[in-house]
Ligand binder design. Structure first.
Ligand code: CA
Length: 621
């Protein structure tokens, strides 16, 4: 009996001890590490139950790493620590000591040396050709990670809207293919953890900003991927999404601050009207709903006006560049963020990496609205986005409409005139060298669908991409005439699997010997042009001179002091003779040139261009 009592007493004591002293555990400490010599200030976010009741110290002292301030949040489970790192601080392992008078707990934290030349790193420019990949749909290089215990959605390749198993290893395995095509940069849609229950394949609902989704690989494998890309002459552009995070994000149910995300009494979607950002007739109510409404029920809208969150995103971006050795960023849904903090974010990243490039998704057909978002643009309200590059959606729209009107004679304002008209607005842009141009992306209809599989139209589109001003970007598979299996479904089937990316696929289109028919014709044509463009400064940075089209044709020249490239598009249904004399102001001394596609010498006078054909001819001055 005594023994039983003793046992009960011991259990009670140990339970009460346990209750009084819950195990102290830092669940999240972000950024995961840092470096000596960074411009961006370090503010660590610590997440641990009851951490706000603890004192914090950084050890060892006297090594140049010093705790400057400790900030409490609204939740007792967070602390924000301002850490100063002297330029001569000792790299290595430090300890964060959490103590509350009774107990103390040490957590390791690494401060590393930076890569040599990290600050001066170069980025993507108008000399690059960007290949856009949706990792889940590109290639499954590691079937063992298709499903993991710690992620919700399981792979099901039979359903277009579910995960298919593509991953980083699959991308690494096919870098040869991408480099051989002539691309010099890869933008992949997000690779960070997206732990939604379904349709998580797109990755735009982030559940952890510091973790590569285990179904894609790991942080280490991402670093390997970047290294392998660099070996293949490919730059890496990371897709970043500060506008929203997933309601499955680890912080969602216990957010540091009440205003960390925008909360509404009942679900309120953004009104998607980002003209409210510069429309001085717009109501405050509409502006607020635009920037604070949610993108989707599962995508909590982040409040960048919270200074801790803004700091979090500034150092998060820099962390990935430094950790993975990145070459650029693409920012999702750029104008839906609070614009002033977002511009501070761009400024901050650019201060860390002065040669860096960031391209923002500003999805608008309005040229003046698009121009507003490019850093340095003259805006009446004084706003400067500090965003270096913008995506040229107005040109995208014009190209697609023109292709839909291919084969006809082009009525007033139709056909190729649309492209002429769009370029006639180039005077509003601050920096034409940093316009990303594209015929589609993962969100729009595939250009193969828009052109209804007409290889003649697709050749014209890719001729334009390879010769017009700006930085061309192409969606994976466009080079092989990929089309949606069910166009009416939208996203899920235009984001199709690359045949050959999965073991057991009937065809392997990564293997050129398996290309056939129109897809082969298109692939060979595009590959030729992209590779030709690589070394052509006249295309990268030359000026443009274009002529008012006649009958659904379009003529333009790219030129600099030494070279001239002439592009003629006959988008009509009948043959056209090139009116060379009409271009006299530039063509007077140009008689013979080289057809870039065939390699043949051609005489321009009297040259006839077949219906639905593009011609690219280069001249030496
Ligand atoms: Ca996989």
């Amino acid at each position: 009996m005594k023994r039983v009592l003793l046992f009960v007493a011991l259990v009670c004591i140990s339970l009460s001890t346990f209750a009084a002293k819950p195990k102290f555990e830092v669940k999240h400490l972000e950024p995961l590490s840092w470096w000596v010599g960074m411009t961006t200030p370090l503010q660590l976010m610590v997440n641990a139950d009851g951490v706000s009741a603890y004192d914090v110290a950084i050890l060892p002292e006297g090594q140049g790493v010093e705790l400057k301030a400790v900030h409490k949040a609204d939740s007792p489970n967070y602390l924000f620590l301002d850490v100063a790192i002297a330029s001569d601080a000792q790299p290595g392992e430090y300890l964060l000591r959490f103590s509350n008078g009774r107990t103390k707990h040490d957590v390791k934290y690494r401060i590393d040396e930076r890569r040599e030349g990290s600050r001066e790193r170069q980025s993507f420019t108008n000399a690059d050709f960007v290949y856009l990949i949706m990792p889940d749909r590109f290639a499954n290089g590691d079937a063992s990670n298709d499903n993991t215990d710690d992620t919700a959605e399981k792979v099901d390749r039979s359903k277009p809207w579910l995960r298919h198993g593509g991953d980083l290893q699959g991308m690494i395995d096919h870098l040869d293919y991408i480099a051989d095509l002539g691309a010099t940069a890869i933008w992949s849609t997000p690779l960070l953890l997206d732990n939604e229950n379904g349709a998580s394949y797109h990755g735009y609902s982030c559940s952890d900003y510091y973790r590569i989704d285990p179904r894609f690989g790991s942080n280490e494998l991402y670093r390997t991927y970047v290294e392998e890309c660099h070996k293949h002459g490919l730059k890496v552009i990371m897709d970043v999404v500060p506008n929203h995070s997933s309601t499955t994000h680890w912080w969602y149910d216990d957010q540091p601050f009440e205003d960390w995300t925008h909360q509404w009494d009942s679900y309120t979607q953004s009104n998607w009207t980002f003209s409210t950002n510069m429309d001085f007739n717009a109501s405050k109510a509409d502006l607020y709903q635009m920037e604070s409404g949610w993108f989707d029920r599962s995508m909590a809208d982040m409040n960048l006006d919270n200074e801790y969150l803004l700091n979090y995103f500034k150092q998060w971006a820099v962390w990935w560049v430094e950790y993975a050795d990145l070459d650029g960023f693409r920012v999702d849904t750029y104008p839906y963020n609070e614009k002033r903090p977002m511009s501070e974010w761009c400024k901050s990243v650019m201060a860390e990496y002065p040669n860096f490039n960031i391209v923002g998704e500003v999805w608008t057909s309005s040229i003046p609205q698009l121009a507003y978002w490019q850093g340095g643009n003259y805006n009446k309200d004084g706003f400067n986005s500090h965003l270096k590059s913008i995506m040229d959606f107005p040109l995208h729209d014009a190209m697609r409409s023109a292709m839909c009107e291919g084969g006809g004679d082009g009525g007033w304002g139709q056909g190729m005139t649309r492209i002429y008209e769009t370029l006639s607005h180039d005077f509003v842009y601050h920096d034409l060298q940093n316009m990303m141009i594209m015929a589609d992306n993962h969100d729009t209809e595939r250009i193969g669908d828009v052109c209804d599989g007409d290889v003649r139209k697709l050749k014209i589109v890719h001729t334009l991409l390879c010769t017009m001003r700006g930085m061309p970007q192409m969606l994976y598979g466009d080079e092989l005439l990929f089309r949606s299996s069910d166009r009416s479904m939208g996203h899920p089937t235009l984001r199709c699997d690359f045949p050959g990316g999965w073991a057991g696929d009937e065809k392997n289109l990564f293997d050129k010997s398996q290309h056939e028919g129109d897809a082969k014709v298109l692939y060979d044509y595009i590959r030729k042009l992209i590779n030709w463009r690589k070394s052509k400064e006249v295309i990268h940075s030359g000026k443009t001179l274009h002529f008012i089209d006649r009958d659904n044709t379009y003529a333009f020249f790219r030129y600099n002091d030494t070279d001239v490239v002439f592009v003629y598009v006959n988008n009509s249904g009948r043959e056209h003779e090139i009116p060379w004399e009409r271009y006299e102001e530039i063509s007077a001394d140009l008689f013979e040139g080289v057809d870039v596609v065939t390699g043949e010498t051609v005489t321009m006078k009297g040259y006839k261009v077949a219906p639905m054909t593009a011609l690219v001819v280069e001249f030496k001055r």
